[in-house]
Design a protein around this ligand. Structure first.
Ligand code: NAD
Length: 495
């Protein structure tokens, strides 16, 4: 773990204007325009990024295509790709302090979480897919003797990666690493409010030996740079994590352009279900508070709907309130902070709007609901809990993506299942029970990409992550993620 001294040194580092990373080198946006980078820690501008547009995306896609066609990466011996990606994992880990502090200055996640979730997780992801390069390969089909049927796995070509600001390195690595491992060239469009770590990642990739043009990063706004990537006629696939409305746009862009593959990892309204026979209610309450309030609730799998069995309701809520009040919200670069800043003023306003809406609809606020630490100039919000939330209220249906928890009661298992499945989302869930049969029945009945049992979060790179229903249909992580970035080609050979 990083030390407070290292944080103090790195938080003072001058960042200044950054550049795009195209074809192995730095470049300005063709228009010359820049976007200010404002830290949610104190509201101060501390860097600037190019406001890339369609011309820059086009330049990056051309570089990516040219590198792909040359074959220095796409047709490199697997052992070489493996070595380079392993080296990149090492470089990320070697720069973990720098990357973690840079990322926190950009998006406000508490450093204790960001350090593990961003550089360390990204390093592990690059190593995982590096190891897979020479272990995942094609098939020989069981044909009649007179023929030979081969199934080749080929890279797609140019992959566009578009990610959100909550964990740009972790989520970026979940897409960039398997895409590169499979031999593709990549163009990344980072989130406009947290681009700095992905720009640095491109530099480290070049240092590790990723050839020029194979990994390009074009910063800019979603509506301009993002749209241009989605519409580009020479991009073979888009791997996206973000909101539902933007996911829908990407599907439209694909339909209007070249029918590129689109993989969507979208939002959630994940149910966290506590049965009265949970093995340890106190521990369940502590984990449940973390499941919604860490990173100020800006976690795609956040347990934002808490369903508690009526017979344990009062006992559990007492523990939950205690655990919530024990969370220290403060400077995200203080190792003692449990919760840092909300990523932007816009995001904070959105969460406060949900608070006002929940009160207007008759939900009961138990704690929080306000902006705090305004004297810092930064964007901070108190962890907020509402009870008596009816399943039809907006707070029960819409993703807040902020530190706001909706609590509901249930009596029976059937009622818990009905409530759990009552939203348009299906990303994650948790069940707390000591009864093995209840746990397995719930895992089967809940419509979600992941169901945790007696824990929340923490699923590592070995297992897939993705949603059902309107939480999307892509799968990040695990060997399955490689399927998004490879094409199957059949060779049918008469012998
Ligand atoms: P967002 O959809 O607003 O932005 C995501 C990315 O899309 C950004 O890089 C943005 O610049 C880009 N974008 C915006 N408009 C675009 C357009 N018209 N064309 C192309 N690209 C465009 O989402 P956000 O606010 O950055 O992130 C929050 C959302 O991400 C939440 O819904 C959250 O649940 C979701 N999320 C999902 C997962 C998951 O694994 N399923 C993980 C993290 C976050």
């Amino acid at each position: 773990m990083i030390s407070q001294e290292a944080i103090a040194r790195l938080r003072a580092a001058e960042i200044g204007p950054r550049k795009l990373f195209i074809d192995g080198g730095h470049a300005d946006a063709e228009s010359g325009a820049v976007l200010p980078v404002v830290s949610p820690i104190d509201g101060r501008e501390f860097a600037a990024i190019p406001d890339g547009g369609a011309a820059d995306i086009d330049r990056a896609v051309r570089a990516a295509r040219s590198a792909f066609d040359k074959g220095s990466w796409s047709r490199a011996a697997p052992a070489r790709r493996k070595k380079v990606l392993l080296r990149l994992g090492e470089l990320i880990e070697g720069h973990a302090d720098e990357l973690a502090v840079l990322g926190v200055r950009d998006n406000g996640t508490e450093i204790a979480m960001a350090y593990r979730a961003e550089p360390l997780s990204a390093a592990g992801t690059f190593r995982y897919y590096a190891e897979a390069v020479d272990k995942v390969f094609g098939e020989v089909a069981p044909t009649a003797e007179a023929v030979l049927g081969l199934v080749h796995k080929e890279p797609l070509g140019v992959v566009g990666v578009i990610v959100p600001w909550n964990f740009p390195m972790m989520i970026g690595a979940w897409k960039i690493a398997p895409a590169l491992a499979a031999g593709n060239s990549v163009v990344v469009k980072p989130p406009e409010i947290a681009s700095l770590t992905l720009l640095r990642l491109a530099e480290l990739a070049a240092e590790a030996g990723v050839p020029a043009g194979v990994l390009n990063v074009v910063t800019g706004r979603g509506a301009t740079a993002g749209e241009a990537l989605g519409l580009h006629m020479d991009v073979d696939a888009i791997a996206f994590t973000g909101s539902g409305p933007v996911g829908r746009r990407l599907l439209e862009y694909a339909a209007r352009s070249n029918l590129k593959r689109v993989h969507l990892e979208l939002g959630g309204k994940s149910p966290n279900i506590v049965f009265a026979d949970a093995p340890d209610l106190k521990q369940a309450a502590k984990v449940s508070a973390n499941a919604i309030f860490r990173n100020s609730g800006q976690v795609c799998v956040a347990g934002s709907r808490l369903l508690v069995q009526a017979s344990a309701y009062d006992r559990f809520m007492e523990e939950l309130l205690r655990a919530t009040e024990a969370l220290k919200v403060g400077d995200p670069l203080d190792l003692g902070s449990d919760v840092g800043a909300v990523a932007s003023e816009e995001q904070l306003e959105k969460s406060l709007g949900h608070v006002a809406g929940a009160e207007a609809e008759g939900a009961r606020r138990l704690t929080g609901g306000t902006r705090i630490l305004a004297e810092t100039g930064g964007s901070y919000m108190a962890p907020t809990i509402f009870e008596d939330v009816a399943p039809t209220m907006r707070l029960a249906c819409e993703e807040v993506f902020g530190p706001v928890l909706a609590v509901m009661r249930f009596d029976t298992e059937e009622e818990a299942i009905r409530l759990a499945n009552s939203t348009d989302y299906g990303l994650a869930a948790a069940v707390w029970t000591a009864n093995l049969s209840t746990a397995h029945r719930m895992v089967r009945a809940i419509k979600a990409g992941v169901v945790h049992v007696n824990t929340y979060g923490g699923a590592d790179i070995t297992v897939p992550l993705g949603g059902v229903k309107q939480s999307g249909f892509g799968r990040d992580k695990s060997l399955h993620a490689l399927e998004k970035f490879t094409e199957l080609k059949t060779a049918w050979i008469a012998l």
